[in-house]
Design a protein around this ligand. Structure first.
Ligand code: FES
Length: 235
């Protein structure tokens, strides 16, 4: 009952309050005088009616003919266009030159070897480097090829037949980097007549397959080809 009587009193009070005009409640700007709606005004500085008058810019108009100005405009547009095109061409050229491989990188991409300089039963005597790594090239004898093929592949740590490792059985081409920690193995050494890595004692056979020691994999075979007789291209 107490809450009902409170609500009743509030209703009566609000009904008794004088109504404020909606315009006064919503508007925050003063009402404009009627003269503001007119399209002309009286300048406070110079006086006089200036409402719809367009200023005269006559004294700024060029005294030369319209065609003279057009030629100048075309000249400016053409010049700016040519300069922009030259700048864009130069930027694109610089970008392409920077992105392309340099001459020394291109030189390292492929290495050509003259096979005539490697006698049968010998490794290449010159140091052949491809992409910064030494490459072993061996001209194998018939006996060595037979020995490589006699190995029981399933018993190998990294099983690979000799055929899988050579394109021409006479020529064994592989990276001279031990697959353990990257030392360079010694040729014609080790227990299997192939290569021996003195760093931790890995032995590779005459096909470059790991046979003993800590190295986990066979010596890696790079991409190579024989484009013509007596020539080997690595890379
Ligand atoms: S690096 Fe060759 S055996 Fe360790």
């Amino acid at each position: 009952m107490a809450s009902l009587s409170t609500a009743t009193r509030l209703c009566l009070r609000s009904a008794a309050r004088p109504a404020v005009p909606a315009v006064r409640a919503l508007s925050t700007t003063a009402a404009r005088p009627d003269s503001a709606s007119a399209s002309s005004y009286t300048s406070p500085f110079t006086g006089g009616e200036r409402g719809n008058k367009v200023p005269d810019f006559g004294k700024y108009v060029s005294g030369t003919s319209a065609n003279t100005n057009l030629v100048f405009s075309y000249f400016m547009v053409g010049t700016m266009g040519a300069l922009t095109a030259a700048g864009a061409k130069s930027t694109v050229s610089e970008f392409l030159v920077n992105m392309s491989a340099s001459a020394d990188i291109l030189a390292m991409a492929k290495v050509e070897v003259d096979l005539a300089s490697i006698p049968e039963g010998k490794n290449a005597q010159v140091i052949i480097k491809w992409r910064g790594k030494p490459v072993f090239v061996r001209h194998r004898t018939a006996d060595e090829i037979e020995q490589a093929n006699k190995v029981e592949v399933s018993a190998l740590r990294d099983p690979q037949t000799d055929d899988e490792r050579v394109k021409n059985p006479e020529w064994l081409v592989m990276l001279g980097v031990c697959t353990h920690l990257g030392c360079v193995p010694i040729g014609e050494a080790g227990d299997y007549g192939g290569w021996f890595c003195p760093c931790h004692g890995s032995h590779y056979d005459i096909s470059g397959r790991i046979r003993k020691g800590p190295a986990p994999l066979n010596l890696e075979i790079p991409a190579y080809d024989f484009p013509e007789d007596g020539k080997l291209v690595i890379g």
